[in-house]
Design a protein around this ligand. Sequence first.
Ligand SMILES: CC(C)(COP(=O)(O)OP(=O)(O)OC[C@H]1O[C@@H](n2cnc3c(N)ncnc32)[C@H](O)[C@@H]1OP(=O)(O)O)[C@@H](O)C(=O)NCCC(=O)NCCS
Length: 192
Amino acid sequence: MAGNPILLITAPDISHAKALHELFQDEDLQHEFPQLRPRSVENAREFLDKQTDLVGGKITFFRLIKIGYSPDPAFHGADYTDLIGFVTVAETGMGDFVLSSGLNHLLSFAVARKYRNMGVMTTALKMTIDAMIQYEFNFIGAIVKSGNVSSERVLSKCGFDKVQSTAINSTFIRRLCMSLPDYNKHFRPAMS
Ligand SMILES: CC(C)(COP(=O)(O)OP(=O)(O)OC[C@H]1O[C@@H](n2cnc3c(N)ncnc32)[C@H](O)[C@@H]1OP(=O)(O)O)[C@@H](O)C(=O)NCCC(=O)NCCS
C-alpha cells in the first residue's frame, strides 16, 4: 500500500458494495444486525445506493469507516481505501422500541474483526458524533445486548451515559444539542 494509513469517515459509496457484503460475513455482525445484513453484493450495492438519499427512509444517518492509503494525503479515491466498518442511526424495530423505553432511533456500529481492539471504533464514533451534532440530533441512543463488553466500552469512552440496564440489554444515551437541564430531566433520573 502506498501512503501512511489514515482513518476516514465518508458518505455511502457503492464502490464498496463487495467490501460491505464481505464485512457482513462476520458472525458477530450477523448476530447483531440480522435485518441489515445484505444477502449478496448486488443487495449491498442497492443498500448503499439507497443510503445516499436518506430523506424519508428508515435510516437517518449512515457513514462508512475506511482506511485510506493514498500517496496523496489530500485525495483518497476508491482505489486507495478499504472499507472496515460503518456507523448508522436507524428507525427502531418494534422489539427494540419496547425494550428501549420508546427511543425511536438507535445508533449501531461495527468494525471488521482484524481492526478490533485498536481504538478504531472509538475514534470513528467520536468523529461521527461531530457530524451528528451538525445534523442537529438532540441526543443519540444505543442499545447494547448483555455481554457485548466492547460495544459498552466504546460508548462509555465516547461520553454516553448508561441510563438503563436489564438482563437482556443496556440503554446508552449521549447528549448532543439538547440543553443540559432538559437532558438531566429526561435521562439522569433513570440512572438511579
Ligand atoms: C463493538 C465494536 C464495534 C468495537 O470496535 P473496536 O474498534 O474494537 O473498539 P475499540 O478498540 O475502540 O474499543 C474496544 C474496547 O473494548 C475493550 N474490550 C474488548 N473486549 C473486551 C472484553 N472481553 N472485556 C473487556 N473489555 C473489552 C477493549 O479493550 C477496548 O477498551 P479500551 O480502549 O479501554 O482498552 C466491534 O467489536 C464490533 O464490530 N463488534 C461486532 C458488531 C457489534 O457488536 N456492534 C455493536 C452493536 S451496538
